[in-house]
Design a protein around this ligand. Structure first.
Ligand code: PAF
Length: 282
């Protein structure tokens, strides 16, 4: 039997629910999402339940974080189906505000983290991470949760949110959750739904290249040569555009010329019309 997931749609209702759990001595974790949930999102709920007593998920397709020509209109939406999945994963409450609730007339504030948003994905998605930081600041502020859990597939997003939460004294602990992959290695993403069968096969070049480049670097190949070989493999797989394949410091996101503690290998590219990202620790 499936349980109906209680749903609230305003910050006041969300805050009241969390206050109730806190008054009962329970710790609360927030899992912010844009819906179209897959096993990767449900792993965030599972992680939330390890960190806290109660998990609240949010679903809000944030229009401000989509650039002109990006996939806002076709972004998959299925709140009813998502609610069933969340309830099955042990989530206790869904926060699903409308755009008019999040951005009422007169809305004029935004949060900008300096530096980090200009690197990697930020070079081709100007303004994207400012809109992410803004909406996440709003969600964290509305929920007042003890923890908030984000997927490590969006590593740059996670680094920016950590910086923002620390800088603004947001009392919510930001936690990362490891990437969930399909059996063949492709990182789960709501955008994988856009891939044709052929693109889905060719997209495997991303995780396979990350693995190969990491192996080469750890075997002593100069980073520049390992990255150049990786770029050739991704292009040979038919990616229309490779935005970056870069070894970076996992916190500052600065490019690294050699493996170092905390290093992360990051990639983003477009196959067909779908932009995919992935990363691994080196
Ligand atoms: O990663 C996402 O799904 C979104 O960027 C987030 C964090 C929910 C903000 O809209």
């Amino acid at each position: 039997m499936t349980h109906r997931l209680p749903t609230v749609r305003t910050p006041a209702e969300l805050r009241a629910a969390v206050r109730g759990w806190h008054a009962a001595g329970q710790r609360v974790a927030l899992v912010p999402t844009m819906g179209a949930l897959h096993a990767g999102h449900l792993a965030l709920v599972t992680r939330g339940l390890e960190l806290a007593d109660v998990v609240v998920a949010s679903i809000f397709v944030n229009p401000k974080q989509f650039g002109p020509g990006e996939d806002l209109e076709r972004y998959p939406r299925d709140e009813a189906g998502d609610a069933v999945k969340l309830a099955g994963a042990g989530c206790s409450l869904l926060y699903a505000p409308d755009v008019a609730v999040m951005y009422p007339p007169g809305f004029a504030s935004f949060v900008r983290v300096a530096g980090l948003p200009d690197l990697l994905c930020g070079r081709v998605r100007p303004g994207h991470f400012d809109s992410v930081a803004t909406v996440v600041a709003k969600l964290l502020s509305a929920a007042q949760a003890d923890h908030a859990v984000f997927g490590e597939k969006d590593w740059q997003q996670l680094a920016i949110i950590r910086r923002m939460a620390a800088d603004l004294d947001i009392g919510t602990q930001i936690d990362g959750c490891g990437i969930v992959r399909d059996g063949d290695g492709l990182a789960l993403s709501s955008r994988n739904a856009y891939l044709s069968a052929d693109e889905r096969v060719r997209a495997l070049a991303l995780p396979r290249t990350l693995d190969a480049v990491r192996t080469s670097i750890l075997a002593g190949m100069p980073v520049a040569a390992a990255l150049a070989a990786g770029e050739r493999s991704i292009k040979a797989a038919g990616f229309a555009r490779l935005d970056y394949l870069e070894l970076v410091d996992g916190e500052t996101l600065y490019s690294l010329g050699a493996a170092a503690p905390g290093a992360r290998l990051m990639v983003a590219g477009i196959i067909g019309t779908t932009r995919l990202i992935d990363n691994i620790a080196v």
